[in-house]
Design a protein around this ligand. Structure first.
Ligand SMILES: *Cc1c(COP(=O)(O)O)cnc(C)c1O
Length: 461
């Protein structure tokens, strides 16, 4: 901010290159929506104006990162770009072993492939879906123990992403520490609305892990965003830099997994860092089999160069303030417009309560899908349903077992949209609210056996 009590949330960057967007009319969008079986995943991105499908890999790189691409060293082994990345990551994490991967899930497959197996159990504040899938694929069980406040979606609490420490201890006692593959602390807690984890909670998790001799993994793809919340919401951190706070969090972990597509500020990439030499050697063997040689993993030299720069930029205080406040800005304005959403807002996304917005649409007619389609039809905005389309199950006699909530996620790409784009999103919601009572639900006309939200086709009821 340029002066105290500044009200305008001016972006701390200016635009050097533009990507023109196509302006479409409602008739065009309705025809595209029909062709896509009313599933926005099946739309072409060029038909979308504001794409809030995900914050993963959709950010804009800086001029320095683009310059870094030109400096990429594409040597097979020991490339200069690898050393830049390795030095940066060692300095940031304090961990001696760094493995580059093509994205977060590759790091997960390698690490959990070694730690998992039948009879093993993994415990997390909340497993992200690829984390859970990689764990369950080994035959192991993944158990989520978010803190009690996380289920209250209306009352403000500082750290709804925390892990339930009592449950952690009782689960380790119940299964026995040898059975626990790892405890995984996800910061911010993506699947619990991007809510932050406090340093006090992280330390308490560490203490339990140390007491029982259990490995602690930090799934930290939004570690910089989490550090922002610690500095501004937890006592004793106001004088620390965001990077120092992140270092404090790395210090408690035995291993760190990162999807660099988030706080790495790049479009593709991942990291696995470890403290244990033995585990690092076993992981490196798997890395070489499936990702690539140890000094590039699944990445090109230019990717590694851009990531090394992104990991530094993401801790810039002006960037982080803009990042968190611009997400909050959308949440605050939607809330003022009477749109029901999860509170407080998370770091990377806003979650709309579609069931509250469309109380007349029953769960088996998917209120979240109705909102996702209306957002596109009215405003060319793409979002994602996080409700019974994504998580609902069907019984043998065709009955829907609904998800716990019917949500729609608006994920905010980093450094991509301006405040006027976000004002436009608020305006579209205001219109949808006016016509909410007339909005109809959807039925599924085709679905695949797994992960149906990606490819299912719908029609309006
Ligand atoms: C995105 C994400 C992953 C997986 O990373 P990919 O790069 O998409 O493979 C893992 N954990 C969390 C918390 C994530 O948000």
């Amino acid at each position: 901010m340029y002066f105290e009590n500044q009200k305008t949330l001016a972006e701390p960057f200016r635009i050097k290159m533009v990507e023109p967007l196509k302006v479409t009319n409602e008739a065009y969008r309705l025809s595209k929506l029909r062709q896509a079986g009313y599933n926005p995943f099946l739309l072409n991105s060029e038909d979308v104006f504001i794409d809030l499908l995900t914050d993963s890999g959709t950010g804009a790189m800086s001029d320095r990162q683009w310059a870094g691409l030109m400096m990429g060293d594409e040597s097979y082994a020991g490339a200069r770009s690898w050393h830049h990345l390795e030095d940066e990551v060692k300095d940031l994490t304090g961990m001696p072993y760094v493995l580059p991967t093509h994205q977060g899930r590759a790091a997960e497959r390698i690490l959990y492939g070694l730690l998992g197996g039948k009879d093993k159990v993994f415990i997390s504040n909340t497993h992200f879906d690829t984390t859970r899938a990689n764990i369950e694929f080994t035959g192991a069980t993944a158990i989520d123990i978010p803190c009690a406040e996380s289920t209250d979606t209306e009352t403000w609490a500082a750290f709804k992403g925390n892990m339930d420490i009592e449950k952690l201890e009782s689960l380790i006692n119940e299964y026995g520490s040898e059975q626990v593959g790892a405890v995984i602390l996800t910061v911010t807690n993506n699947s619990a609305g991007g809510q932050p984890v406090s340093m006090a909670n992280a330390k308490a998790v560490r203490d339990v892990c140390s007491q029982y001799g259990v490995l602690l993994v930090l799934d930290g793809c939004r570690i910089a965003e989490n550090s922002y919340y610690i500095r501004h919401r937890e006592a004793g951190f106001g004088e620390k830099t965001y990077r120092e706070i992140a270092s404090g969090m790395f210090a408690i972990a035995d291993a760190f997994i990162m999807s660099a597509k988030k706080d790495g500020l790049v479009n593709m990439g991942g990291l696995l860092t470890l403290r244990s030499k033995d585990l690092a050697e076993r992981c490196t063997n798997l890395l070489i089999i499936s990702e690539g040689f140890a000094t590039y993993g699944g990445l090109t030299g230019r990717d590694m160069e851009a990531l090394a720069i992104g990991l530094r930029e993401v801790f810039n205080p002006d960037y982080l303030e803009y990042r968190i406040k611009s997400t909050e800005y959308l949440g605050n304005h939607l809330r003022e417009a009477g749109i029901p959403l999860l509170w407080p807002t998370g770091g990377h996304a806003i979650y709309i309560d579609a069931q509250k917005m469309y109380p007349h649409i029953p769960v088996h007619e998917y209120p979240g899908q109705a909102l996702v389609c209306s957002l596109y039809q009215t405003g060319a905005i793409r979002s994602v349903e996080v409700g019974s389309v994504m998580f609902g199950k069907t019984t043998d006699d065709g009955m829907l077992i609904p998800a716990a909530k019917e949500l729609v996620r608006l994920a905010i790409p980093r450094r991509v949209y301006t405040q006027s784009h976000i004002d436009y999103v608020v305006e579209v919601f205001t219109r949808l609210k006016e016509t909410a009572a007339a909005t109809r639900g959807y039925r599924i006309v085709w679905e695949p056996p797994f992960l149906r939200h990606f490819t299912a086709r719908f029609e309006p009821v």
